[in-house]
Design a protein. Structure first.
Length: 397
């Protein structure tokens, strides 16, 4: 049997971590459950739908005409072995993400310490890779981590593929940098539309204006899935500041970058209706797939769910500083791990006299891989109730 790896963009380049991770400080907020996910490497697991998707995308960039722009000597490379622990400086500062941007908060990002985070996006690798000689077109795959809300399309650990293509005015026959950027933007859309058609066949998609500090202009692509528009990637023309930091001549070179949510693509492609399934260790999941083949996922009976409500008074005066909902989600997740399927606000109430605000959340517990016992769920709920008081300063009702 011929190995598909014979025909591959994959490089063996690994950046050795050049910093020590010995120091932990008050910023450290990576729970064991998340740390465990960093070693799973599901995107490299044979037969896993993410692995098949990556191979399909790789095939597009290797063997298909990606767009009308044909750059002599260009060859896309794929990197997929970079450590998810990265420097705050590379992840945020170098990409022009402001000091006070929400994504930097400890409520949004997993910090190892003040200077080191679990990457929240693969964009962290753009500049270091652009700096390497001969890297004018590349892809980077990696696991990324965010303290996001949990639902069917969001999970605190997911996978992105970054793509970058840069060229000089001469490469693309542009008379000045202004014209070059227009060509770049057109090229970007063409490549991604071609990619989406290559992967999905006929698919409904639309472009939406967006904002990223490291691209200008910035756009997002949405595809129609389960009667909704689902955001599947963010992208744009690489910002001058980023080009300059990567050692490029901003009067003569430009390019585009995209960051694609691999699970979202795989959900559509394989009909996987819940993002948590990608992490399932239940054989009924992985046994349905065969490497390189696209098949539709057949849902197997889920283990029963069980919900519990929790109501509490939030500290007054009510503000993001006194009660941040993400802190609550984070707390629920760190206690329950994968077992909190959804956490939704079902009621808020302002006391007419005291003006105190009460919130009631419904936590839906379910384990993908086994039945939960009542005792177990109660124990989780008791823990969460305790921490809502001691950690969040809320008063239980
Ligand atoms: C970014 O992460 C940018 N770095 C993308 C980018 C790269 C823009 C290069 C410009 C140039 P965003 O936060 O929108 O952007 O995430 C990109 C994609 O990841 C989203 O479109 C979505 O498909 C996916 N995604 C985001 N959050 C989650 C989540 N919690 N679970 C699953 N997928 C997610
Ligand atoms: Mg987005």
């Amino acid at each position: 049997r011929q190995s598909h790896l014979a025909n591959t963009l994959r490089t063996k380049t690994i950046f050795r971590r050049e910093f020590s991770t010995e120091v932990k400080d008050a910023f450290n907020n990576i729970p064991q459950g998340i740390k465990d996910l960093t070693s799973r490497k599901i995107y490299k697991t044979h037969n896993h739908p993410l692995n098949t998707l990556i191979t399909k995308i790789e095939d597009f960039f290797l063997n298909k005409k990606v767009s009308d722009l044909q750059i002599p000597g260009e060859k896309f490379k794929l990197f997929q072995d970079f450590d998810p622990l990265v420097k705050v400086k590379e992840c945020f500062d170098d990409l022009g993400i402001p000091e006070d941007h929400v994504s930097r908060r400890v409520t949004d990002t997993y910090y190892h310490n003040k200077e080191i985070v679990l990457r929240p996006h693969t964009s962290v690798h753009q500049i270091p890779l652009m700096k390497l000689q001969g890297n004018s077109a590349f892809l980077v795959v990696g696991d990324v981590y965010r303290k996001d809300t949990v639902d069917k399309t969001h999970y605190p650990a997911f996978h992105q593929m970054e793509g970058v293509r840069t060229y000089s005015l001469k490469d693309i026959g542009a008379k000045d940098i202004k014209e070059a950027k227009l060509i770049t933007e057109r090229d970007l859309k063409q490549v991604l539309e071609n990619l989406a058609r290559n992967i999905f066949g006929d698919v409904e998609m639309r472009w939406v204006d967006a904002y990223f500090p490291f691209t200008e202009p910035s756009i997002e692509l949405e595809i129609f899935y389960n009667n909704e528009w689902l955001e599947v990637l963010g992208c744009g023309v690489i910002h001058n500041q980023v080009m300059a930091r990567a050692g490029k001549d901003i009067n003569n070179e430009c390019g585009w970058a995209f960051g694609l949510g691999l699970e979202r693509w795989a959900m559509k492609l394989f009909d996987i209706n819940d993002i948590r399934l990608f992490w399932s260790q239940d054989d009924r999941f992985i046994n349905q797939f065969k490497h390189g083949e696209i098949s539709k996922f057949k849902p197997y009976s889920k283990y029963p769910a069980c919900y519990k409500d929790i109501a509490f008074w939030v500290p007054s005066p009510v503000s993001d500083d006194t009660f941040n909902e993400n802190d609550f989600f984070y707390l629920v997740r760190s206690i329950s791990q994968d077992m909190a399927e959804t956490v939704e606000l079902i009621d808020t109430f302002t006391h007419p006299k005291s003006q105190r605000v009460s919130r009631c959340y419904r936590i839906n517990y379910r384990n993908m891989d086994r039945s939960l016992t009542n005792e177990e769920v109660d124990a989780l709920q008791v823990k969460i109730r305790g921490l809502v008081e001691t950690e969040l300063g809320c008063e239980l009702r």
